[in-house]
Write a protein that binds this ligand. Sequence first.
Ligand SMILES: Cc1cc2nc3c(=O)[nH]c(=O)nc-3n(C[C@H](O)[C@H](O)[C@H](O)COP(=O)(O)O)c2cc1C
Ligand code: SF4
Length: 456
Amino acid sequence: MSEFEKFKLKDSSELKAKLAEMGLELPFSSNTAVLGESVDLGRWSLPNRFVVQPMEGIDADPVTSAPSDLTFRRYRRFAEGGAGLIWFEAAVVSKDGKSNPRQLMITEENLDIWKRLVDETRQAARDKWGHEVVLVLQLAHSGRWSKPEGKPVPVIIHHNPVLDKLAGVDASYPLVSDSTLDAMKDDFALSGRLAARAGFDGVEMKAVHGYLTGEMLCAHTREGRYGGSYENRTRFVRECSAGIASELGREHFVTARLTMHEPSIYPYGWGVQAVAGSRELCLDEPLKFARELVDLTSMPLFNYSIGYPRTSPYMNRPFNNPIAGAAVPPEHPLEGIVRFQNVGRELQKALPEVPVVTAALGWLKHLMPEVAAGLVEEDWCRLIGQGRGSFAYPDSVADIIRTGNMDPKKCCLACSLCSQIMKDVLGCNGCPVRDPDIYRKELKKGREAAREKGLP
Ligand SMILES: Cc1cc2nc3c(=O)[nH]c(=O)nc-3n(C[C@H](O)[C@H](O)[C@H](O)COP(=O)(O)O)c2cc1C
Ligand code: SF4
């Protein structure tokens, strides 16, 4: 491991030198035009290789869970930015699964507002770009991190000593029962049907970052139908994805954002070596499961992530500044970026017929396009996801497609302030640095409340 360092690279030759000094490799290409190419997804087609990764905005109406004016603004900006696919953020399938009172949820009662959001997002892309954007909705339950009314009400799949402590539960805290999980499949199926009626092209069951379905994959110590064997741990996501796919038929698709590595020590993690106490990356089960999901539901594309935001955020969003009170990462951000891209490369090899979407490139700032083009040319992945970059600089896509470059003054600074807003829970989420008129005061709400409570 190399020591943590903030971004201070001027150009791609400095980036290449830094990688060489650290013994790391990433592909590069100056042919950034490859990023503007259309991508065939069978019945669907993407106008370019850019994807807006799901980014929770915490701006739903707290009573109806419907998209608010701020939600409409965020998605209009994403669409006008030019990305070919917009992966809408985690929307919960039941109120008890909200990570905060302002998390989105699609319901029969608020369906018309969702329809309008979908229509306006599509229209914004048409007006600005003349292209048809593909829209996916991420369906979620926050599981262990549920705070439906702002206070924790964890729904846990298994006991993990480290995460139990962080979630404030002890060994006597009850696990969610198999029968409750059986019933939750209906919640996912209903939300999938509503998403199709709202006009989304595809849906996905969020199985990343330690939320309910991600935690299921790790439940080696759980008994019953959803724990222990590989078959049982993957059952919920497999059966639920297959059920939704068969209900939605050929007009819509089911896809996945799957965690490839939850680095809790064995037997509490996923994508780790099956040796007691190990958290070494081992992709055997994640790759097998990705293959099964694609075969079972004919997924036209596949998204992934790694790491656990509460314990190893440096693995999924390498950054310059941690959130308040959190430790400085134990590694250099480039190590996180290279690990993430290497996992994507293995995934793309395992799914040769399906475009894989990468992420975690935000730290590279204006040096991202040459790496992204290299990743595509060398087939490490075929679609380039931007998370924080979509908050900070949604029209980076337009700049890259038209000029091959990003404006360093508009890039995300990987400062973690949007993650801070999410942790504080009180403000609506966006970029306080690059979109300050709205989001600086949203950041302030949470920061002031934390200070009043004596929290970092
Ligand atoms: C504030 C914030 C909200 C996020 N919300 C979601 C989410 O709803 N669903 C999800 O799968 N990932 C979520 N992510 C992770 C991003 O999609 C993305 O994987 C991550 O930011 C790394 O990519 P980047 O370097 O392009 O930002 C979130 C990340 C941040 C910082
Ligand atoms: S607050 Fe803005 S600049 Fe900072 S990490 Fe988030 S998107 Fe990037």
